[in-house]
Design a protein around this ligand. Sequence first.
Ligand SMILES: Cc1cc2nc3c(=O)[nH]c(=O)nc-3n(C[C@H](O)[C@H](O)[C@H](O)COP(=O)(O)OP(=O)(O)OC[C@H]3O[C@@H](n4cnc5c(N)ncnc54)[C@H](O)[C@@H]3O)c2cc1C
Length: 398
Amino acid sequence: MDLSFTPEEESFRDEVRAFFRDKLPARLSTLVREGKRLRKSDMEEWHAILNERGWLANHWPEEWGGPGWSVIQRFIFDNESALAHAPRVVPFGVNMLGPVLIKYGSEEQKKQWLPRILDGSDWWCQGYSEPGAGSDLAGLKTTAVRKGDVYVVNGQKTWTTLGQHADMIFCLVRTDPAAKKQEGISFLLIDMKSPGIEVRPITLIDGEQEVNEVFFTDVEVPVANLVGEENMGWTYAKYLLTYERTNIAGVGFSIASFERLKEVAQMQKKGGRALADDPLFAARMARVEIDLANMQTTNLRVLAAVAGGGAPGAESSMLKIKGTEIRQEITSLTRRAYGSYAAPYIPEALEAGWNGEDVGPEDAAMAAPSYFNNRKLSIFGGSNEIQKNIISKAILGL
Ligand SMILES: Cc1cc2nc3c(=O)[nH]c(=O)nc-3n(C[C@H](O)[C@H](O)[C@H](O)COP(=O)(O)OP(=O)(O)OC[C@H]3O[C@@H](n4cnc5c(N)ncnc54)[C@H](O)[C@@H]3O)c2cc1C
């Protein structure tokens, strides 16, 4: 297996770099580099630029608006995107629902929803988790009862990321309470403006309102919004999760944030010595650098293996565990490297254009919130403990 880039791939990387240099607005890359809050309009701006170039849904087939890239090209693009400090593409429509509709949706559903994901008409969110149904997702209790041409939905979802902005939510609902729990679930597309939906924000440990609770009371959903077959939703839900997990691994983000960590560790002086010269700290940085190099190779290996088609399987769990451990360790080391500058939590400092009291290097104010925020990585998309269970079952046969 050849893991080096071909000359064509190298020239593709140059093309991607030129695109980021010419098209990524400096205002957006500065916000991302300094860890500032992105508004919905910021995310939409970048979404539109990528869509105009035809590079938004870069893993979709060309028939539905994808650029026809190989998995290696996608890997290169994702890494360059992080290194250029581009905003992340909000994943719910492009990375999660899109592949499910392409594989399991009807022709009408593809024609109706996929173009609207691309042009940004619909902002999607994910309605999987419920109180009491996270790791044990198949235990979900939100019901959908068919009455004529509609399903009537009752129940509650939770941890719904960016649901406060969403036009639509894709939901797992129970359509057969009598069946074995995995067999009574369906996959529904629900308009967030439907009567009977209430969104309540949850404030997280970093002070952000990134997630929500969503309540459904007698919400009517057209039967045409059922994806695939009734009671087959678990199959579609698992397919979607493999895409979600591979994305969370975020090798590109780790490479970019590790580069910044190296600068910060050189900057901070303690008794005249850079923190990077402290043997204990240097050993932790070296561990991360080695893990990151291994992670890149593993990511490429997995991509090479699925290059012939098909979805990543239990390998996406391996990538999720290791990728998130690395990302969390980098945020932990960065917080330590900023020392006392990372201590104050100043919410206003996360806003674009904040011009208050000097709290150290430009991105120091985000070190603590970023450390706290990234604790989520080992929980969402299925906790890392659950990923280990999946690996032991699928790969080790335990
Ligand atoms: C910031 C954030 C954003 C999220 N966004 C979304 C979203 O947009 N949409 C959505 O649907 N969900 C979302 N989630 C929910 C996420 O998927 C769940 O939090 C996750 O699946 C864990 O479920 P839980 O919170 O119910 O924890 P629990 O399932 O109660 O788990 C608690 C602990 O027990 C461990 N555990 C549980 N079962 C086992 C087992 N069998 N073996 C070993 N250990 C086990 C877990 O690893 C965990 O450490 C988000 C979560 C967070 C934190």
